[in-house]
Write a protein that binds this ligand. Structure first.
Ligand code: DX5
Ligand code: ZN
Length: 225
C-alpha cells in the first residue's frame, strides 16, 4: 500500500533519536496507544553526519512491536552510502527509507535499489540544497523530505526560511508524493508547516522532551489538524 493510500492527511512522526533509549519499548508502546503510526528512525553513519546514531539492530528490535500494532518504521538515512544501507534496513524491517540527494551520485539507481528491496522510498534535501535537486526524480519517489535544520542532532532550532521553502517544495513535488519536514518542530510552528504543505511532520524533542511524550504527540496532532 502506498503512503498516499495509507497515511492520514497529516501524520506526526516521532523521531526516536530523542527518546529515552533505556525505555524505548515502553515509550513506543505508549505512542502507539496515542495513535502514532509512523516512527522516524534517524540513521547516522558518523560520516555524512558526525555521530553514529541508530542502526538496523534497533529497527529489528522495534519492528515486531510496531508492525503488530499497525505502525511503520520510516528510516531517514543520514549516511554517505545509502545504496549499501537500504538492503540492510529493509531486511531489518524498515517500511520506507529516505536518502539524501547530497549523498548519492545517482538518485535513480538508489531509488531502484529501494524498489527492489520492497520498501517505499523518499529523497531528502538539506537546508542549503536547491529545491531543483529534486526535479529529475520527483516523479519516482513516495516521499520528499525537507530538512528544517542541518542534520546531525535533535533539539536544534527550526530554520524560519523553511516555511517558504516548504511552500515552494509542495508546489513542485507531485501530488501523490508525501511532503515531509524534519527538524525543530514544536507546538509553535507545527500549524505553520502544516499550512505550508507538510504532510508528514517529524518531531523529536517536542515529543520525547516532554514529561509525557504520548500527550505531547496528541497536542501536536491537534495543532496540526
Ligand atoms: C536531525 C534529525 C531529526 C531530529 C529531529 O539530524 O534528522 O530527525 O532527530 O529532532 P527535533 O525534532 O528535536 O529537531
Ligand atoms: Zn530525521
Amino acid at each position: 500500500m502506498s503512503w498516499v493510500e495509507w497515511t492520514r492527511d497529516v501524520e506526526i512522526a516521532p523521531s526516536i533519536y530523542a527518546a529515552d533509549l533505556g525505555r524505548l519499548g515502553a515509550q513506543v508502546d505508549a505512542l502507539l496507544d496515542a495513535g502514532t503510526r509512523i516512527f522516524h528512525i534517524d540513521v547516522g553513519d558518523g560520516h555524512f553526519i558526525p555521530p553514529v546514531t541508530i542502526g538496523s539492530v534497533v529497527v529489528e528490535a522495534l519492528a515486531p512491536l510496531v508492525h503488530r500494532r499497525g505502525g511503520r518504521l520510516d528510516c531517514h538515512l543520514m549516511v554517505t552510502n545509502p545504496d549499501a544501507q537500504i538492503p540492510i534496513m529493509a531486511a531489518a524491517g524498515a517500511d520506507s527509507v529516505t536518502f539524501h540527494v547530497e549523498a548519492t551520485g545517482d538518485a535513480e539507481a538508489t531509488i531502484e535499489i529501494a524498489r527492489r528491496e520492497g520498501v517505499q522510498v523518499g529523497i531528502t534535501l538539506n537546508p542549503a540544497t536547491p529545491l531543483t535537486a529534486l526535479a529529475s526524480v520527483g516523479d519516482s519517489v513516495d516521499l520528499a523530505l525537507l530538512m528544517s535544520v542541518v542534520p546531525g542532532k535533535s533539539g536544534q532550532s527550526f530554520l524560519p526560511e523553511s516555511i517558504e521553502r516548504l511552500r515552494e517544495h509542495r508546489a513542485i513535488v507531485p501530488r501523490e508524493c508525501k511532503v515531509q519536514i524534519d527538524g525543530g518542530i514544536s507546538s509553535e510552528n507545527v500549524s505553520l508547516v502544516r499550512e505550508a504543505g507538510a504532510e508528514v511532520i517529524v518531531a523529536g524533542s517536542a515529543v520525547f522532551g516532554a514529561s509525557e511524550p504520548a500527550r505531547a504527540y496528541g497536542e501536536l496532532v491537534d495543532l496540526a489538524g
